[in-house]
Write a protein that binds this ligand. Structure first.
Ligand code: NDP
Length: 327
């Protein structure tokens, strides 16, 4: 089988450094799939990315068929089967939201165009760089020949954080928990939902039996975990974000386990009252390289209000990038 072409943007960044070695070791696509890595960076960071490429060479990974480093998006995405869009413009002090969206439009528009022009027909895109959901929308809107559903954004880190918090609360392991969901935006408004989650077959919300804990402790802890890590570590989360990116693509390509689901931000088809087209997180199962939204879940009042708030934020972001002429 020909190697799979995996493009990583922002390859010289923190997350890139935690991500690339795991992709090359087989964690992304399994132990039988060779990969070609394409590392895209801005010109100023190409040298650092070349350094990382040297280290990748020095690992002598049997599954790593080749590495290319470039600052040319067209080259980076040519023939790409999987694209991990990690590089983004971080919010700096005093920056207005419009400036942030505009700066990211300048990154994700040309990347969408390059994906449209040259990526392989089975391209799967995961956006990690923030604001991830809206950056994914911008790239998608500039890739009209690629099926819209191939553009996704990462809420898997939020999902994994929620699993870990719930496991600690109930004194179980993460493996005991199934069917947890992150809804909405990868932002402080995200909604981690335990009402359909099962812990060794029992309903998680019933086991918790404490709505105040959900509202005042669990949800804010998951949503603000990134800030807590910056506070403790003096740097933003990187290895856990890279791990979640691996989990997202791994499950999309290789499938979710039977009897469970995961969370992915994907273009809404209107399910659960989420306006069609916005890239919002849903409970999904994956099989044969395709995801599908888990249907028929009852959404109680507690959940409805929180899903609606996060979705409203996504609609606002979409309208803002529309207003700026970015989509
Ligand atoms: P990181 O590698 O730490 O982060 C990259 C992006 O991931 C940021 O937008 C960050 O958003 C986002 N992110 C999403 N989820 C998380 C999470 N849970 N925890 C932390 N970050 C998260 O940034 P660096 O500054 O170290 O590296 C960025 C690299 O991207 C640089 O090397 C830069 O040169 C490059 N770049 C490349 C571009 C390109 O290839 N065209 C374009 C722009 C930049 P946030 O910080 O808001 O949380």
């Amino acid at each position: 089988m020909a190697p799979v072409n995996v493009t990583v943007t922002g390859a010289a960044g923190q997350i890139g450094y935690a991500l690339l070695f795991r992709i090359a070791s087989g964690a992304l696509l399994g132990p039988d799939t060779k990969v070609n890595l394409r590392l895209l960076e801005i010109p100023a960071a190409v040298k650092a990315a070349e350094g990382t490429a040297m280290e990748l060479d020095d690992c002598a990974f049997p599954l790593l068929a080749g590495i290319e480093v470039t600052d040319d998006a067209k080259k980076a995405f040519d023939g790409a089967n999987v694209a991990l869009l990690v590089g983004a413009r971080p919010r700096t002090k005093g920056m207005e939201r419009g400036d942030l969206l505009e700066a990211n439009g300048g990154i994700f528009k040309p990347q969408g165009e390059a994906i449209n022009a040259g990526a392989a027909s089975d391209i799967k895109v995961l956006v990690v760089g923030n604001p991830a959901n809206t950056n994914a929308l911008i790239a998608q809107q500039h890739a009209p020949d690629v099926p819209a559903g191939r553009f996704t954004a990462m809420t898997r880190l939020d999902h994994n954080r929620a699993l870990s918090q719930l496991a600690t609360k109930l004194g179980v392991t993460v493996e005991d928990i199934k069917k947890l969901t992150i809804w909405g935006n990868h932002s402080a408004t995200q909604y981690p939902d335990v009402f359909h989650a099962e812990v060794n077959g029992k309903n998680a919300a019933e086991l918790v039996n404490d709505e105040a804990w959900l509202a005042d402790s669990f949800i804010p802890t998951v949503a603000k975990r990134g800030a807590a890590i910056i506070e403790a570590r003096g740097a933003s989360s990187a290895a856990s974000a890279a791990n979640a990116a691996i989990d997202h693509v791994h499950d999309w390509v290789l499938g979710t386990p039977a009897g469970d689901w995961t969370s992915m931000a994907i273009p809404s088809d209107g399910s659960y009252g989420v306006p069609e087209g916005i890239i919002s997180s849903f409970p999904v199962t994956c099989a044969d390289g395709e995801y599908s939204i888990v249907q028929g879940l009852e959404v109680n009042e507690f959940s409805r209000a929180r899903i609606d708030a996060s979705v409203a934020e996504l609609v606002e972001e979409r309208d803002a990038v529309k207003g700026l002429g970015l989509i």
